[in-house]
Design a protein around this ligand. Structure first.
Ligand SMILES: Cc1cc2nc3c(=O)[nH]c(=O)nc-3n(C[C@H](O)[C@H](O)[C@H](O)COP(=O)(O)OP(=O)(O)OC[C@H]3O[C@@H](n4cnc5c(N)ncnc54)[C@H](O)[C@@H]3O)c2cc1C
Length: 413
């Protein structure tokens, strides 16, 4: 078939790759001059099934309420005139029961773990340099009580096959000597040795180059403007460079998917949740981190991509606004500098903000709705790099009429 993929983030590009592997002719449409230039550019790069916990948990309503009154929280909920914020928030709150949080977390973990296995297949077959680090991820706590709660929560993922190791302070410092200066402040950690990190934009661009080399038609600088339909079929995609026609179409435009889907009567509750990141050269600093870490107390994530650190934080409801100012990064920079004072050249930090395409369940949308040849692969939220490879393979399976390798109950709408 000739298949048109809409969107060139990590989800669109991995989908194009899997479809091409199946023997299809692929055309990918991306509005930016290069692929992976939106949310897939500046994320923390964590391939982290160990981080599969959904945000729609029983604690979420209180955290949202608190953020209305207390400023500078890791989560910033702001009232706005956008009615979609409220319809989305209502659906999100409906997912916040203990039972649904448990169910959604396990579904997400299933997809994330499968996705990591597909990533491993891909990197086993392809030569893509993306600053991979496979020393696991250290989820560390500063407070003994919080550590105990974190361990208890992790047992849920462990019951689904996640490997976890509980480390006391000495073991943390043995694994990560770069934290020695703050050792006294660390109660302990959960180490997920099979979690990993790597630069998602480097990976996506490397993979896109392979798809193009093998005959894929990657059209960058082309904006999708409309989906053309007749009856229950898509007949073409209107773009800034004319209409593009195929046999099947995949919607993978991240936060922009919802708006386009609405124009053909599909309601996809995907709302942007903004996050911030810093990319900091290690320079000649002697003690950069060697293992990716999440400071669970401050909700700051730190990854090492070769000669750079990537630091991310904050979940903010700011509509589609991606602007940022130095003050937005002050806290995450201060936390990172406290943890790794000799870890990077902090004066040369590059600032970035991006939008997580969040769904109320925190699970992406797959499969078809109403339009027989339009497939969804979108809404990957806060761990879309982690879930992209499996999601791409699942989409290729659904298009081929194959049964995906993991059970899809609860994942297909
Ligand atoms: C601060 C932060 C930290 C994160 N950390 C992690 C992490 O550590 N691990 C992890 O797994 N995930 C992480 N994520 C989430 C992850 O980045 C996203 O889930 C993922 O990048 C989503 O990929 P995507 O391809 O769906 O969206 P995008 O990367 O946004 O791609 C969508 C593409 O569609 C294109 N597009 C949109 N509209 C049009 C149009 N009209 N015409 C043509 N093209 C269009 C866009 O230009 C874009 O390239 C993080 C996110 C943030 C913000």
């Amino acid at each position: 078939m000739r298949i048109i993929v809409l969107g060139g983030g990590v989800v669109g590009v991995t989908t194009a790759y899997q479809l091409q592997k199946d023997g299809h002719e692929v055309v990918l449409l991306e509005k930016n001059a290069v692929v992976a230039d939106e949310t897939s550019w500046g994320n923390a790069g964590m391939v982290a099934p160990g981080h599969s916990f959904v945000w729609s948990s029983p604690r979420a309503p209180m955290i949202l309420m608190r953020s209305l009154v207390l400023k500078n929280q890791a989560l910033r909920f702001k009232l706005s005139a956008d009615p979609r914020l409220y319809s989305w928030s209502w659906l999100f709150l409906m997912e916040c029961t203990a039972e649904k949080a448990r169910r959604n977390t396990l579904l997400k973990h299933r997809l994330a773990a499968y996705s990591q296995s597909v990533l491993h297949e891909v990197i086993g077959e392809e030569d893509i340099a993306y600053d991979r680090n496979d020393r696991g991820i250290l989820y560390f706590h500063r407070d003994p009580q919080a550590l105990e709660t974190g361990i208890a929560n992790m047992r849920l993922l462990e019951s689904d096959g996640q490997v976890i190791k509980v480390l006391d302070r000495d073991a943390v410092l043995k694994l990560e000597p770069a934290l020695a200066g703050v050792g006294a402040k660390i109660a302990g950690a959960i180490h997920c040795p099979t979690d990993e990190t790597g630069d998602p934009a480097k990976f996506t661009r490397g993979l896109a180059a392979l798809v193009a080399k093998r005959g894929g038609d990657l059209r960058t600088g082309v904006t999708v403007t409309a989906i053309e339909t007749t009856g229950d079929r898509v007949t073409g995609i209107a773009t800034s460079a004319g209409t593009v026609k195929g046999d099947a179409y995949v919607l993978a435009m991240g936060c922009s998917s919802a708006g386009l889907a609405r124009t053909v009567g599909l309601d996809l509750p995907i709302y942007p949740i903004k996050g911030y990141s810093l990319t900091i050269p290690v320079g000649n600093r002697p003690l950069p981190p060697t293992v990716a870490a999440v400071d669970e107390h401050n909700l700051v994530a730190i990854s090492r991509f070769g000669d750079r650190l990537r630091v991310t934080a904050t979940a903010e409801f700011a509509g589609y606004d991606k602007s940022h100012k130095p003050a937005d990064f002050a806290f995450m920079k201060q936390v990172t500098q406290e943890l790794y004072p000799e870890g990077a050249d902090y004066e040369r930090a590059e600032m970035w903000a991006g939008l997580r395409p969040m769904t109320p369940t925190n699970l992406p949308f797959f499969g078809r709705r109403r339009l027989g040849n339009l497939y969804l692969n979108t809404g990957h939220g806060h761990i879309g790099w982690t879930m992209s490879h499996g999601s791409a393979r699942i989409t290729a399976d659904l298009i081929a009429g194959r049964t995906p390798a993991i059970p899809m109950d609860g994942l297909l709408a």
